[in-house]
Write a protein that binds this ligand. Structure first.
Ligand code: IMP
Ligand code: MG
Length: 191
């Protein structure tokens, strides 16, 4: 697994340190409001599983979790297909009057966050905020409004800490870049 990485981009210690900071920011923005209304975290599956597990433990608030599954990358692609599919949800019955924080692993074209935000807003919550661990330094990502961003990274395909390639590598504890020959091998096997 680790031997498939060309290099580590952000290691587990840096990730943990940054998540503690984001947690503090969220608590200072939302802490008071949450005392009465609580907050519903909505991680976008599947890439956010690791991030949400760590982030929620930095939030000493009245927190509930709702899940939504979206996909824009298909199989062995390393670029967004541009079309976002909402494939399922497990949300509280009503979000009306609730504070919602949408959480995703990475902001790329921005399509996923926009589509999920639309869906959540249609349920009339009291507020909607967004949080991503990574944001690519490309126009589409930088122009997508996002309240909390962990790290801005170069425009390259990354895996680990929940992020996958062809559904693998989510379990790597650090975030890294795959060796090009590994990507080629998966792509030629898929043909
Ligand atoms: P967007 O809709 O183009 O912003 O893409 C966001 C989704 O694509 C994320 O939720 C990720 O699941 C996936 N994604 C985007 N970039 C990467 C990457 O570099 N590695 C793995 N998955 C990615
Ligand atoms: Mg995703």
């Amino acid at each position: 697994m680790d031997q498939d990485l060309e290099r580590i981009l952000i290691d587990r210690t840096a990730i943990a340190g940054r998540i503690a900071e984001i947690g503090r920011d969220i608590v200072s923005d939302l802490g008071e409001d949450c005392e009465s209304d609580g907050i519903v975290l909505v991680p976008i599956m599947t890439g956010s599983i690791t991030f949400i597990a760590d982030l929620m433990r930095q939030l000493p608030l009245r927190v509930r979790i709702g899940l939504i599954t979206a996909s824009s990358y298909r199989g062995t692609a390393v670029e967004s297909s541009g079309e976002v599919l909402l494939e399922g949800e497990h949300l509280p019955e009503s979000l009306e009057g609730r504070h919602v924080l949408i959480v995703d692993d990475i902001l790329d074209s921005g399509g996923t966050i926009r589509r999920v935000r639309e869906e959540i807003e249609s349920r009339k919550p009291k507020s909607v905020r967004t949080c991503v661990l990574l944001r690519k330094k490309i126009e589409s990502a930088m122009e997508t409004p996002c309240d909390y961003v962990g790290f801005d990274i170069e425009n390259e395909f990354v895996v680990g800490y929940g992020l996958d390639f062809d559904d693998y590598y989510r379990n790597l504890p650090d975030i890294g870049v795959l060796k090009p020959e590994i990507i080629e091998m998966h792509q030629s096997n898929a043909e």
